[in-house]
Design a protein around this ligand. Structure first.
Ligand code: ADP
Length: 538
């Protein structure tokens, strides 16, 4: 019989309604780019989101229309997550670090009608305005001077409304956000998150095996709101009614100060963010902030990073996912046998990417034909595939599904599945190094190398070799003021990886290129060293 339980359409506005009702006074603090700070709370976020939805309707926007944000993390950006979805629109969070051609492509492809941006990105607007013919309105999140002529200030714009608004109704399968992949091959691809998929993903993220928020949690998400829905944290945080601390700048000194001052318990970011924080603390001779939980994701968390955080008493959650998976696929935290493990065993466990959260399934298939499903034996590596309700089925405006007939999405990652469900990522399909018919994991070499006391960052790529096909070359950035040579790095690696994995050369560089999301860009590194020849092949 249908109808034994009540109807409840899964729309993301439930999150802000719940947070405002049950945790209305819980604070949302923002440190702005100009150094000023503001405080609002969940009730304030909801009130402003209602006004924003009204203001969007007044501009003539209809359900399904897209609104772009080009903004860092702050309370007004959070308002727009709910304001746009609340009027039935779709928020397109644009990564401001994309290249011009990508910015041109994605805003036009999404058909954004409104662009709301931080004043610090005014140069982007000036550069792109003529190339975005379909954008009708520009609104600036910052109140002060410095915005372009004709751009309204966000506070003035929503301030003209009374907030007497009812959220738009619609299907739970309507889109509420669109994120584009960074487009390492070809044009960026748009992934539309639906109201339902977003809510399910956020609820799954609340499990104690994942973000494990409590009402006492105070979260400073360093992961940008423009990157894969900030890992769903604003939604999960709203569900749990936590306090958020946002920083519109990513300076480690500012983050550190905010963490101490606001009593931050949880933070989340890509490894480079943590690395920068370590370097800041070392330079200042101070301890890491007294966090309870540090979530690391987006690329592999090196062993030395995990060790250092754990030794400071911080629980490390190593998460894996991608824009196409909303993004969380797996999260690694303490397992059932945690208390019986030695410190080194715990570190080794956290170095892997954790277990799937309820709702998604993983499998690996053979790297040659992508047809044979591989055993979960903790040793066989293969192409990683995923399926579940918050995994992409079809990219925005694509003509074909992006999944196999039985619904599996190929992640482009290579990994090993362990019998207890743990995922161990070993590489990306395009970065594994094929040497003499065998595979070498570039990521494992990098992770081992950053354990060297003088190494700040390392990136490994395969270079053409006449006999072996490819051989690894390691590019290393030294820590400031530290000396080390190639022999010392090789000696350090020699008891950590198989002998035939040892790099054929170690090259010292001043910097390693990063993508717009702060990950090592192997594509740019390869381009920079396109003329490189291995020492014994010259
Ligand atoms: P892009 O970096 O291409 O913009 P995503 O942010 O969606 O796109 O990146 C997803 C990819 O990042 C994954 O497919 C995987 O290769 C990598 N990744 C994410 N989390 C981890 C992790 N914890 N360990 C290793 N690699 C990771």
């Amino acid at each position: 019989m249908l109808g034994a339980m009540q109807d409840w359409t899964m729309r993301v506005t439930h999150v802000v309604d719940h947070a405002a009702r049950e945790a209305g006074n819980r604070e949302i603090v923002t440190r702005w780019a100009d150094g000023s700070e503001t405080r609002t709370n969940w009730a304030g976020i909801r009130r402003d989101a209602l006004k924003m939805a009204q203001a969007l309707e007044r501009l003539g926007l209809k359900p399904g229309d897209k609104v772009a944000s080009i903004a860092m993390n702050h309370s007004r950006h959070l308002v727009s997550w709910f304001g746009v979805a609340g009027m039935g629109g779709v928020l397109h969070t644009v990564n401001p670090r994309l290249f011009e051609d990508q910015l041109e492509y994605i805003v036009n492809h999404a058909e954004d009608r409104v662009v709301i941006y931080d004043a610090m990105f005014q140069p982007i607007i000036d550069l792109m305005k003529d190339r975005w013919p379909k954008v009708e309105h520009y609104i600036c999140f910052d109140p002060g001077p410095g915005r372009a002529e004709g751009a309204t200030s966000f506070e003035d714009w929503i301030g003209a409304e009374d907030g007497d608004y009812r959220w738009a109704e619609g299907s739970e399968r309507d889109p509420c956000m669109i994120c584009y992949t960074s487009g390492t091959t070809g044009n960026p691809k748009g992934v539309q998150y639906e109201h339902r998929s977003t809510l399910m993903h956020a609820m799954a993220g609340l499990q104690s095996a994942a973000f494990a928020f409590s009402a006492a949690s105070v979260m400073l998400p360093v992961v940008p709101m423009f990157h894969a829905a900030s890992w769903g944290l604003p939604y999960a945080g709203g569900m749990a009614g936590i306090k958020f601390v946002f920083s519109a700048v990513n300076d480690p000194a500012v983050l550190h100060e905010m963490m101490i001052k606001e009593g931050v318990t949880d933070s989340a970011g890509v490894p480079t963010v943590w690395l920068a924080h370590f370097q800041y603390c070392d330079a200042e001779g101070i301890d890491l902030p007294p966090l309870k939980v540090a979530t690391i994701g987006g690329s592999a968390a090196p062993k030395s990073m995990i060790e250092r955080l754990m030794k400071s008493g911080i629980r490390v959650q190593h998460a894996w996912g991608m824009t196409e998976t909303s993004p969380i696929g797996t999260v690694g935290g303490p397992t059932h046998d945690w208390e019986q493990m030695s410190f080194d065993e715990k570190v080794a466990k956290i170095q892997m990417q954790g277990r799937p959260i309820f709702g998604v399934e993983l499998r690996t298939v053979d790297l040659d034909n992508f047809t044979k499903v591989l055993p979960r034996d903790g040793k066989t590596s293969g192409a990683l595939q995923i399926r579940g309700p918050w995994v992409v089925k079809r990219y925005f405006k694509a003509e074909e599904d992006a999944v196999t007939e039985d619904g599996w999405f190929d992640t482009g990652d290579v990994g090993i599945l362990h019998p207890d469900g743990t995922l161990q990522l070993t590489d990306r399909t395009k970065d594994v190094i094929k040497s003499g018919g065998e595979w070498i994991s570039s990521v494992e070499l990098e992770n081992a190398a950053v354990g060297h006391p003088a190494v700040a960052e390392a990136a490994c790529i395969g270079m053409a070799h006449p006999r072996w096909d490819e051989r690894p070359v390691l590019f290393v950035v030294r820590k400031p003021g530290q000396e080390c040579d190639a022999e010392s790095v090789i000696a350090f690696l020699s008891d950590k990886v198989a002998k035939w994995w040892l790099p054929d050369a170690v090259e010292f560089v001043d910097d390693i290129p990063h993508t717009a999301t702060g990950k090592i860009s192997k594509k740019d590194l390869r381009a920079r060293f396109a003329d490189y020849r291995l020492p014994d092949t010259e």
